[in-house]
Design a protein around this ligand. Structure first.
Ligand code: RFL
Ligand code: PHB
Length: 393
């Protein structure tokens, strides 16, 4: 069996794994990244679009801030719409912060390019990845590639392999506790090469279901509508999608909508999920491997980045000062922040979607939430603070 050695073996070449590798490299710590997908598949995934200030800072620290600042769109607010009534959340005015609209696809491309240029070993298209001896001083990760079995000896394993990864499974069932809520609907998302309908994002509650107007650039728009969980993308022609979006965002807004052919169309399920603890021995989980939020608060990618900031600091302190305190506190530190983001994402999702089993009372509660936010600067500020991103610790 072929043997490789590194300090930190990272499973998963998504934003969490790539950023972790880069932040460690900045301090002279070596890592190898494994991913079961090809580079092409990873760079083609269309996912999140809104970066918190802290995420932008972490990407700058990682040395990939140039294109982000040249092409990203700073946003200082967004629109909440409820059955045609509007309330602008003035993020900048209420918090002094902005968010940046820049696609996760671009973040991933920038990080892969930089890591490879610096000679990092990212091994794509691997199979049968298995963490071993995770509670021993020298844990190992075994995988196969092109028929050959390889073992990586390391000090630490970072499980950055997303919700469907293998790292979380290495934590024994009697230690791992999971919390989950599956929402009874999905999001149908469309990308089109047309300027966005408005300068800022619009989150819309409508009797026929939620809608979101987002963007990737001044010429490329990203739209979502709530659909049935069991819907098939094939049932949604472009015309059917646009007609439904127009109804949900209302005629006044839709006057400015430029319809175009979709070049990406997919349905994502909505889920809230947390796995505790996020550390077992020398195995550390980060990002979607440990938790999932419904996308309504734009928190998924940002949470992955904040985990990695906390983990990289802990590992750096261990290697530089032989201080393991931050590693020991990793799970508790992350989970405090994770649960707050779970709360916010659940709250936004609950206020803005149509739930098939909601009673007239619960529908009145949704309206009252909107009215409360629209009528109270304090409530608006609370929402803006969460949206712009809570402090790291
Ligand atoms: P990722 O991006 O899922 O990366 C995990 C990587 O691990 C690899 N992998 C394995 N490698 C080796 N062996 C195995 N056994 C492996 N299993 C998996 C995968 O190939 C992949 O490359 O996790 P990470 O880095 O934690 O980043 C998290 C973010 O990607 C995620 O939170 C967000 O994209 C969530 N999310 C969205 N968030 C938003 O804020 N706004 C959105 O609009 C939004 N849309 C989405 C999303 C997530 C989706 N998923 C997970 C299916 C849409 C979708 C479809
Ligand atoms: C996106 O642009 O993909 C996006 C933006 C905001 C969200 C979710 C997704 O809350």
């Amino acid at each position: 069996m072929k043997i490789k050695k590194t300090q930190v073996c990272i499973i998963g070449s998504g934003p969490a794994g790539l950023l972790l590798s880069q932040l460690l490299h900045n301090e002279g710590i070596d890592s190898i990244i494994l991913d079961r997908q090809t580079r092409e598949r990873i760079e083609a995934r269309i996912r999140a679009g809104v970066l918190e200030t802290g995420t932008v800072e972490a990407l700058e620290e990682a040395g990939v801030g140039d294109r982000l600042h040249a092409e990203g769109l700073p946003h200082s607010g967004f629109d909440l719409s409820f059955n045609g009534d509007h309330h602008r959340i003035d993020i900048a005015g209420l918090t002094g912060k902005q968010v940046m609209v820049y696609g996760q696809t671009e973040v991933t491309k920038d990080l892969i390019k930089r890591r490879l240029a610096q000679g990092c070993e990212i091994i794509f298209s691997v199979n049968n990845v298995e963490p071993h001896d995770v509670i021993q001083a020298k844990p190992k990760v075994r995988y196969t590639k092109d028929g050959e079995t390889v073992e990586i000896e390391c000090d630490f394993i970072a499980g950055c392999d997303g919700f469907h990864g293998v790292a979380r499974q290495a934590i024994p069932a009697d230690i791992l506790k999971t919390y989950e809520r599956v929402y009874p609907f999905g999001w149908l998302g469309v990308l089109t090469e047309r300027p966005p309908v408005a300068e800022e994002l619009i989150y819309a509650h409508h009797e026929r279901g939620f809608a979101l107007c987002s963007m990737r650039s001044k010429t490329r728009s990203r739209y979502y509508i709530q659909c049935a969980a069991e819907d098939d993308v094939a049932d949604w022609s472009d015309d059917r999608f646009w007609d439904e979006l127009v109804i949900r965002i209302g005629e006044d807004t839709a006057k400015h909508l430029l319809r175009g052919p979709s070049f990406e169309k997919s349905i994502a399920p909505l889920r809230s999920f947390v796995a505790e603890p996020m550390r077992y021995g020398n195995l550390f989980l980060a990002g979607d491997a440990a938790h999932i939020v419904p996308p309504t608060g734009a928190k998924g990618l940002n949470l992955a980045v904040s985990d990695v900031r906390i983990l990289s600091r802990a590992l750096i302190d261990f290697y530089k000062n032989r201080n393991a305190t931050y590693l020991e506190n990793y799970s508790a530190t992350c989970l405090r922040r994770v649960w707050k983001a779970e709360r916010f994402s659940w709250f936004m999702s609950t206020m803005l979607h149509q739930f098939p089993d909601f009673s007239p009372f619960e529908k009145k509660m949704q309206r009252a939430e909107f009215d409360h936010i629209a009528g109270s600067e304090t409530a608006s500020r609370s929402l803006a603070e969460n949206y712009a991103g809570l402090p790291l610790e």
